[in-house]
Design a protein around this ligand. Sequence first.
Ligand code: NAD
Length: 502
Amino acid sequence: MRAVEHFIDGKRISGGTQSISVTDPATGNQVASVAVADSRTVNAAVDSATAAHQHWKRTPPHKRAAVLSEFQQLVTDHADELVSVITEEHGKTLLDSRGELQRGIENIEYAIGIAEHLKGEHSRLVGPDIDSWSEHAPVGVCVGITPFNFPVMVPMWMFPLAVACGNSFILKPSEKVPTAGLLVAELFTKAGLPEGVLNVVQGDQSSSRLLLEHPEVKAVSFVGSTPIAKTIYTAASEGGKRVQALGGAKNHAIVLPDADVESACNAIMGAAYGSCGQRCMALSVVISVGKNTATEITRRLKGKINDLNVGAGTGNPDMGPVNSEIQRERILSLIQSGVDEGADLLVDGREHPMYRQPGYYLGGTLFDNVRPGMAIYDEEIFGPVLCHIRVDTAADALQIVNGNQYGNGSCIFTRDGHSARQFADEVDAGMVGINVPLPVPVANHSFGGWKNSRFGDLAAYGPDGVRFYTRRKTITERWHSPTESSEMNFAFPAARSPTTDP
Ligand code: NAD
C-alpha cells in the first residue's frame, strides 16, 4: 500500500504523526494512507514558499511561461498514470478522469500566456513630465484547499495561474484523493519550477486550519461544500487575507414545450449521472414546462436511467461508484426523506443490482413531483439523484430557479431564441447554458457561481484568476529637466489648474 506524503522544497517528506486511509470506492478496499500535516510541517511548507517567492517574483514572466510549457508537456506525457490514480481514488470512469485532466491542461495553457495577461496600462503625460502606469504585482504565498471531486482539475484552476503570476503556492488536496496533487507537483518541479514555489501539504481540516491561520499566507482559494466555504471565507477575511471560496450547488435545467425532448433528455442524463452526480455543475433538478413536456421527459428519462450501466470506473461504464460510504449514506438518507416528504420515486437507485456489491455503488434515482421545501430539493445531494418539477409556465420555472439558495449553473432547453435570451438575462446564476447542460466556462473565461455557490468577489481561473493572484500597483513618475526650477505647491496636485485652466 502506498504512503502519500507531503511535497516541500522539491522533496517528498512524511511530516506529522497521523495518517488517514484512502479507499478505492469501486471495491471499498484501502489503497493508500495519507499523511496529515501538523504545525511543524505546515510551518516548513510556508517557510519554503516564502523563501522561494523572493526569487520567483523576479523571474521574467516569459521564463515562467517556459517552465509552464514544459510542465504541460510532462502532464500530457504522464496522462495515463494521472487518469488511473484519479479513477482509483475518486471512482469516476477513466473517460471522465481523462476529461477532467484535459480541462486541467487547458488551465495550464491559459497560464502559459501570462506575459500577455500581466500587461499593464500606461498613461503618458498625466501631468507636466509625468507618466503613470499600473502593473499587476504578485500577492505572495497563496494556498489552495481543494475538494475530492476533481483531484487534478480544481488544483489546476489554481496553482498554474498563481505561480505564473509570480506567487508561490501551497496545495492542500482533499484527503480522499491525495495522490494526483502530489504527482503533478513533482512533474512541475521536474519541468524546472524552483523548489518551494509549489509545495503540497496533505491532511484534513486540521491542516487547512493551520494554513489559514499562518500570517505569511496572503491569499486563499477554496473549493468545497457551502458551509465550509462560508467558514473559510469569514476566517480568511478576518485574518486580512484575500479569499475566494467556491461552494456547493443545485443546478437546474428548464425544458420548454418547444424543446427537442430527446436531445434534451440525452444531455440531462450525462449532466445528472456523469461522475455519479458528484460534480459541482451536475444537473440535479429538471423543470418541465407544460403537461406534455413533463410526461415525455419523465417517460424518456425513466427508460434511460433504468438502462444506465453502473460499475467500476476502470471498465468505463456510464457511471462509477460514489466516492465514500459516508457520502453514500448521506445520499440514501436524502432519498428516504424524499419518499417521506411525498415526492414520487420513479426510479430507485437502491434497487440497482450493483448496490448490493462491495464498493459504494448506487443506481440512478429519479423523483417526480418534487417541490421547493422538500430536503431533496433544498439541499445539495451530490449523488446520482435527479428531481423533476412540473410547472405551467416558463415564468413559474424561472421563479423556482431564482428562489433556490444556490446559483452555480442553470440551463434551458428550447428552440426559441427569444426565450433563451430572456432566460439568460433574468436567471440568478453565474454560469448559464442554452441547450448546453454543463456550462463550465473554458479556461479563458472564469468559473464562479452566485448566491451561496461562491463567497468572494472574484471567480476562479481565467481573467478573474489573474486579478485574484495579483495586486494592482500604480506608479506615477516624473523626470523633469535638470535646468527647470522647482517650487513648493501646497494645493492638492491635479493635472489641470483649478484657477488658470478652463
Ligand atoms: P468539503 O467541503 O468537505 O472539503 C473540501 C476541502 O476542505 C477538503 O480539502 C477538506 O479537507 C477541507 N475541509 C473540510 N472541512 C474543513 C474545515 N472545517 N476547515 C477547513 N478545511 C476543511 O468538500 P468535498 O466533499 O471534498 O467536495 C464536495 C463539495 O465541493 C460539494 O459541495 C461540491 O458542490 C463542492 N464543489 C464546488 C465546486 C465549485 O466550483 N463551486 C467545485 C467542486 C466541488
